[in-house]
Every structure is written in structure tokens, then in C-alpha cells.
Design a protein around this ligand. Structure first.
Ligand code: NDP
Length: 333
């Protein structure tokens, strides 16, 4: 049974050497416990923050301990009446092929309705993040222009599509021509900008948003955001969801001063963590599942095969290897 531990804390860009593989025997099940077989492991940008020991909204991973995160797993042995063998669960679990669990905090998944992996993406944490940031903070209205950065990722693809459902003009920013084409041709974005090849981001943003920007859903930060701020309309709303451009920075980021713009435009900027909206999770999950079932939301995943490739899949998030939600398939059900 293999486990992936945090070997040491990264400085700057994380690397394979920050992780260590170990193998150990699975102990005997005690009364009340289940043995879980990991099926899909989620790798997420926020895990970079947990690899550091700086204060954040989630506790850091301990050096020498398993890395944990969202995992879809199957109960393969059970001494817990509530979780019989064959049950599929979602939980915050170690990067481990098999794990022993008390069952506390696991949610069960009905495997017959939607593919299991969706519960780590569009119907899980990234989907909920898109929903609350866009609808509760962005409050998009028909005809308004919505810009989303990190547009071709797990959260961004859902943001843009919900904004289209709400009747908005949608502009995405992403890091390759393939992603730009995907956003426009497959997901129906009105415009998309490749921030890596666009020479002048401010000009590109102004051209993509001839009527200005009413809602900005920011996954990234940095110069992409500066270009959006220069195009803001009066009463614009900005949801600060992620700042991946800074996650590997070793110094405090600096750049354009945005306060004078917020003032002049009477704009609202609000950071959020998806768990802030926990009381409305059921409602959001129901809406998202409904839109998926009605074919109104398309869902894209990048699935890497094999337990040993979990660190590689995680590291790829910082170089844009994924389109849609990055997952690792560890085992068949
Ligand atoms: P993604 O699927 O979007 O993967 C990350 C993407 O970020 C990459 O594919 C890459 O795409 C882009 N990226 C990486 N480095 C940079 C950079 N330096 N500048 C610009 N783009 C970069 O991840 P998620 O959808 O899971 O998460 C998106 C954001 O939302 C992250 O910042 C994450 O931390 C945040 N988040 C926040 C939550 C909250 O509760 N507030 C919850 C979940 C996520 P490209 O090819 O376009 O560069």
C-alpha cells in the first residue's frame, strides 16, 4: 500500500523532490472502521499553500506526513454498518492507495447518477466555488460583460458557462491557443485571450471588452488582473477566488495600485473561500447537477492515470498542463 508524504517544504515552484513515496502494510480493521480503496484523487492549486508553513485558511501539511485532499474511494472491507462494502464515498483522505477510516466526515455518492469523478470537479468543490463566487459576489445580469481568468481550468470553465446561462457576454483568459479555441468553440465564450502570447494585455482586454467589464472572477492575479481593472465599468463586482500567479512567489507581490480605480468606479472587490457559503451547498449542488443533467453545463477533465503520477499531475497545475479539472485515476471500481 503506497502513500505519498510531504518530504520537505518547497521554496518557489514545488518539485517532485518535495514528495516521498512509502509503502506499508494495511493494518487489521477495528470495529466501526472501513477499508477504502482510492479511485480518483484530486490535485488542486490550494495544496501549494498547505505545503508551506505560512499562516493560511487551512492548516499546513506536516513534513513526513501524508498529503491529503479530495478523494473518491470505494469501501472494500467494512466493519461499519453505515458503510457497507461497495459504498462509494467522497472524503478528505490521504494520497494513499488504501486507507483505514472511521467513516466520520465521509459523504456517500450514488454511482448511478453521474460519473464518480464529477464529485471532485463540477459537482464538488471547484463547481461550488464557481457558483458562489460568480452568483453571490459577481451577481451577473443579462447583457453584462463577465471576465474570468484561469478560464480553462476546473473553476474557470464553470464560471464562464454559468455566466453564459445568465445571459452575459463572457471573456476568458487562458495560457494557450488550444485553450482559447476550446473556450470559444466548445464552451461558447464570446472572446478569449491567450495571456502568454498576447503582446499587450491591456490592449487585448480593452479590445475583447468593448463595453467594459461588469464582473471579474479572478483565479490568477498579476498583470491579467491589472488589464481587467483598467477596463472596469461603474459598479463593477470583482470576486477574488485565487491568485495562482503568486503561489510560488518568494517575495510579497507588488504591482498596480487598484484602490483609485475601485473608488472612481464604485466597484466592489471581495475575496472568498468556498466554505464561507457552506450553508447553501445543497442548493448550489442541486442547481449544478440540474444544469449538468440538462446538458447546459459541459464538463471537461484532464485525467492522469496511476497513483505514482499524483505529484506530477499536481505540479502540472502550475504550468497549465490541464484543461478543466485535473484528476488522477488511481484504480478501477
Ligand atoms: P485550474 O484547473 O484552473 O488549474 C490551474 C490553472 O492555473 C492552470 O491550468 C494554468 O492555466 C493557470 N495558471 C498556472 N499558473 C499561472 C500563472 N502564473 N498565471 C496565470 N495562470 C496560471 O485550478 P482550479 O480551477 O482548481 O483553481 C483555480 C483558482 O481558484 C486557483 O487559484 C485556486 O487556488 C482557486 N480556488 C479557490 C477556491 C476558494 O475557495 N477561494 C476554491 C478552489 C480554487 P493556464 O494554461 O491558463 O496558465
Amino acid at each position: 500500500n503506497k502513500t505519498i508524504l510531504l518530504a520537505n517544504r518547497p521554496t518557489g515552484m514545488p518539485a517532485q523532490e518535495n514528495f516521498r513515496f512509502e509503502e506499508h502494510q494495511v493494518p487489521e480493521l477495528q470495529e466501526g472502521q472501513v477499508l477504502l480503496k482510492s479511485l480518483y484523487v484530486s490535485v488542486d492549486p490550494y495544496m501549494r499553500g498547505r505545503m508551506s508553513d505560512a499562516e493560511s485558511y487551512v492548516a499546513p501539511y506536516a513534513v513526513g506526513e501524508p498529503v491529503t485532499g479530495g478523494v473518491v474511494a470505494e469501501v472494500v472491507q467494512s466493519r461499519n454498518e453505515g458503510l457497507p462494502k461497495g459504498t462509494v464515498v467522497l472524503g478528505n483522505l490521504p494520497w494513499q492507495q488504501y486507507s483505514i477510516h472511521s467513516g466520520k466526515g465521509l459523504s456517500t455518492i450514488n454511482p448511478d447518477i453521474t460519473p464518480l469523478s464529477y464529485h471532485l470537479g463540477i459537482l464538488g468543490m471547484p463547481g461550488l466555488t464557481a457558483y458562489f463566487g460568480l452568483l453571490y459576489i459577481g451577481e451577473p445580469k443579462p447583457g453584462e460583460t463577465v471576465v474570468v481568468s484561469g478560464a480553462a481550468g476546473a473553476v474557470g470553465t464553470v464560471v464562464g458557462q454559468i455566466a453564459k446561462l445568465k445571459g452575459c457576454r463572457v471573456v476568458g483568459v487562458a495560457g494557450s491557443d488550444e485553450k482559447v479555441a476550446y473556450l470559444k468553440e466548445e464552451l461558447g465564450f464570446d472572446e478569449a485571450i491567450n495571456y502568454k502570447s498576447t503582446g499587450n494585455m491591456n490592449q487585448a482586454m480593452a479590445a475583447a471588452c468593448p463595453d467594459g467589464v461588469d464582473v471579474y472572477f479572478d483565479n490568477v492575479g498579476g498583470e491579467i488582473s491589472d488589464a481587467v481593472y483598467l477596463a472596469l465599468n461603474k459598479f463593477a463586482r470583482i470576486a477574488i477566488c485565487g491568485q495562482i500567479a503568486y503561489y510560488n512567489h518568494t517575495s510579497v507581490p507588488s504591482g498596480m495600485r487598484v484602490e483609485p480605480i475601485l473608488l472612481k468606479k464604485s466597484a466592489l472587490m471581495k475575496g472568498f473561500i468556498v466554505s464561507d457559503y457552506a450553508k447553501d451547498f445543497d442548493r448550489a449542488a442541486k442547481d449544478l447537477a440540474g444544469w449538468v443533467q440538462e446538458g447546459k453545463l459541459q464538463y471537461q477533465e484532464t485525467i492522469t492515470e496511476g497513483f505514482d503520477n499524483i505529484p506530477k499531475a499536481f505540479l502540472g497545475l502550475f504550468t497549465g498542463q490541464n484543461t478543466g479539472k485535473q484528476l488522477v485515476k488511481v484504480a478501477e471500481r
